[in-house]
Design a protein around this ligand. Structure first.
Ligand code: ASN
Length: 327
């Protein structure tokens, strides 16, 4: 055990990974404290903004038989899916509350958001990307009857208001981090995924962040069955927001709501339909209303604003892929 701990410590040091709290020097503790406190302010601002936009805040769900398949998603790098039995039923740790959002906006509330902890066991080789964690939280929200453009506009207004707020409220803490706030204008530029593939090839996701100075939208991304695909053009009415030097911050889109389309997309993706029985039954009874929504990675947002190199540097208790610390 002691040997293992020493090996992990050496690994963290050598690779410059975020350390556990009890291993930080006094100066590093000050910096971690500043990032976490700016993070607290960011969270409070974002929650207030969402309420003012008419979204109610729900508390998160952590375990359910149904979660996001995260498949097919070109960016997925899951090393293990956690499933276990409770009370005789198989449950999964929450990958994202997407299905809860579709059902919730159809049966309960037109607009809601959740600061939603997600457990995705990313591959250990993602430890040093600076972007991946095996536990993170997203500001996940959904609006019945909204378009994907409306959702993008909400996010643009949230981000620009947030940067302005943090600039005035958090000046002192920024001095300590020696950082400068991101600068950008809204609306952000919109790129078609197809054009990026043509320009940068298959690995456009890694290339694009090196070539942009401000956040940009990417639209039309073939991925999980719940995002809307035009049956005639095969274009997807969904989006990602990419940050300069960092990559994806937000994922979202307009959603599927029709039974036949869901069934056929689940089938062609090779996802097990029996895992989504409830959603499919509701869709068959035409009880699923069309909605649109998105999720903003909170640690990525805080790391971008504070200038942290690794998303784990803004977590009080870092969750680095492949590294399990005591807390
Ligand atoms: N939250 C995302 C969305 O709303 C889904 C995800 O996290 N995979 O589209």
């Amino acid at each position: 055990m002691e040997y293992e701990t020493q090996k992990i410590d050496e690994g963290i040091e050598k690779r410059g990974l975020p350390k556990p709290l009890h291993k930080l020097s006094a100066e590093e503790t000050e910096r971690r404290r500043a990032s976490v406190m700016i993070g607290s302010d960011i969270l409070a601002y974002a929650e207030r903004f969402m309420r003012e936009e008419g979204f109610s805040q729900l508390l998160p769900v952590l375990l359910s038989p149904i979660t996001d398949p995260l498949w097919p998603d070109p960016a997925a790098g899951i090393y293990k899916r956690l499933e276990f039995d409770i009370y005789g039923t198989t449950v999964r740790t929450m990958h994202s509350m997407i299905v809860h959002k579709l059902v919730g906006t159809s049966l309960l509330l037109d607009r809601f958001f959740v600061v939603s902890p997600n457990i995705r066991l990313e591959k250990p080789e993602r430890a040093s990307t600076g972007r991946h964690l095996f536990e993170f939280s997203q500001l996940d929200f959904e609006a019945s009857g909204a378009s994907s453009g409306e959702i993008r506009s909400i996010i643009e207004r949230l981000l620009s208001g947030l940067i302005e707020h943090i600039g005035t409220a958090e000046g002192k803490r920024f001095e300590l981090l020696k950082g400068s706030l991101p600068k950008f204008k809204i609306p952000f530029k919109v790129y078609m995924r197809e054009d990026l593939e043509r320009e940068y090839g298959e690995s456009w996701e890694d290339e694009l962040p090196k070539h942009i100075e401000e956040p940009v939208w990417i639209v039309d991304l073939p991925r999980e069955f719940y995002d809307y695909e035009d049956p005639k053009t095969h274009r997807w009415d969904n989006f990602d927001l990419y940050l300069p030097g960092r990559g994806e911050l937000v994922t979202g889109g307009l959603r599927e709501f029709e039974y036949e389309k869901m069934v056929s997309k689940i089938g062609s993706a090779g996802v097990k339909a029996e895992l989504y029985t409830l959603l499919l039954e509701l869709a068959k009874e035409r009880k699923i209303k069309q909605s649109a929504g998105a999720g903003i990675g909170m640690e990525r947002l805080i790391a971008w604003i504070t200038g942290a190199k690794h998303v784990g540097d803004v977590q009080a208790f870092p969750k680095i892929p492949g590294m399990v610390y005591e807390l």
